[in-house]
Design a protein around this ligand. Structure first.
Ligand SMILES: [Ca+2]
Length: 352
């Protein structure tokens, strides 16, 4: 997702790469009802730091409780009790406010296109080959792209995040003015999700931006696009790799993945070429229009609409024609660097 935040984030924040280690949340903890014990209302103030200017958030909090109750179907008192349990974490604010990693492609690519990530991706694909083939039959999304997303996001499920999702979305929703409305909405979605999927908010963990599981879905994406891939009746993106793989593919399918079509094609720029940075990566130019702008595919490509992606690579400026499927990957994380890394990792994993 992710991404004025550099390598981060999801759909702007379906963030990538949970920063610290703890693999998926305690598989040994059975799901429990998401409503805290009634005694919570009488609990003392949160043990942790409730956050700077805590007293000043009461109005926001009051409005949020009403909104979240409506979104989730939980009682306002239950929402308020969970907020009492949520803890402000300065480390989350620090993580999200790190200088945006405006890395050029030549520095970004090596983070993801490593020998280990490629080798582990091949092993992951081999381990799940049957499941991934079945997913491709249903969605049209090739195994290597599902694998690459999970590889970039969490190193194949090994790093799904160590923050309590409740703490992450509380901290960002109330103490990160730049995007507080976005995160408060995600917090409300989290309450709904916890009720629908019987997730235990006391233990549910994810990235500092509240993204969960092998594919790092934020709550709204979890609710909208997650799939029960293993047929147990629950959508568990944290503990079920089959659910996670099916959900990544479903996310792509629902955002318009075109089976059999290319993602990008390398382009040449003639002497009159005028590079441009598209506002989004909607493929809205015909190949003829791109040729008029000075950009032509180096290899033959199907006559599909495309847009231009310009990257500063190790060997100089690279021009790419980006098709619909590239745009689909940017719906997961809007950074063109992210989308290109996923594409190239997928290609490397699938290479003979
Ligand atoms: Ca399941």
């Amino acid at each position: 997702m992710r991404k004025t935040l550099g390598i981060l984030p999801l759909i702007l924040l379906l963030g990538c790469c949970a920063q610290t280690g703890a693999p998926h949340a305690s598989a040994s903890t059975p799901p429990t009802a998401s409503i805290p014990p009634a005694s919570t209302a009488a609990m003392p103030p949160p043990a942790g730091d409730p956050g700077p200017g805590y007293a000043g958030i009461s109005l926001k909090r009051e409005a949020f409780v009403a909104q979240a109750a409506k979104t989730s179907g939980l009682a306002p008192a239950a929402i308020a009790a969970w907020l009492d349990q949520a803890q402000y974490k300065q480390s989350i604010i620090d993580a999200i406010t790190r200088p945006a990693e405006g890395k050029p492609w030549r520095d970004y690519r090596p983070i993801f296109l490593t020998d280990k990530r490629i080798a582990d991706g091949r092993a992951f694909l081999a381990l799940h080959r049957g499941e991934l083939a079945a997913i491709q039959a249903r969605t049209g999304v090739p195994p290597e792209y599902v694998t690459a997303i999970i590889g970039v996001e969490t190193f194949y499920g090994g790093n799904t995040g160590s923050y309590r999702v409740l703490d992450a979305l509380y901290t960002l929703g109330f103490f990160y003015p730049k995007r507080e409305e976005f995160f408060r909405n995600e917090l409300a979605e989290l309450f709904a999700l916890s009720r629908e999927e019987q997730l235990d908010l006391a233990t549910l963990r994810g990235s500092y931006a509240g993204a969960m599981g092998w594919g790092q879905f934020i709550p709204s994406s979890y609710r909208a696009y997650a799939i029960d891939g293993d047929g147990d009746g629950r959508r568990d993106l944290v503990n079920s790799p089959r659910d996670a793989m099916a959900s990544v593919a479903n996310y792509f399918k629902e955002h318009g993945w075109q089976p059999g079509q290319p993602v990008v094609a390398r382009a040449s720029a003639d002497g009159t070429a005028a590079p441009f940075v598209p506002a989004d990566f909607e493929p809205k130019y015909s190949l003829a229009q791109l040729a008029e702008k000075g950009f032509r595919p180096i290899e033959p490509v199907p006559p599909l609409p495309a847009t231009l992606v310009t990257l500063e690579g190790a060997d100089g400026t690279e021009y790419w024609l980006a098709f619909r499927n590239f745009h689909v990957i940017t719906r997961y994380n809007r950074s063109p660097l992210y989308a290109m890394a996923v594409h190239q990792l997928a290609q490397a994993i699938a290479a003979p």
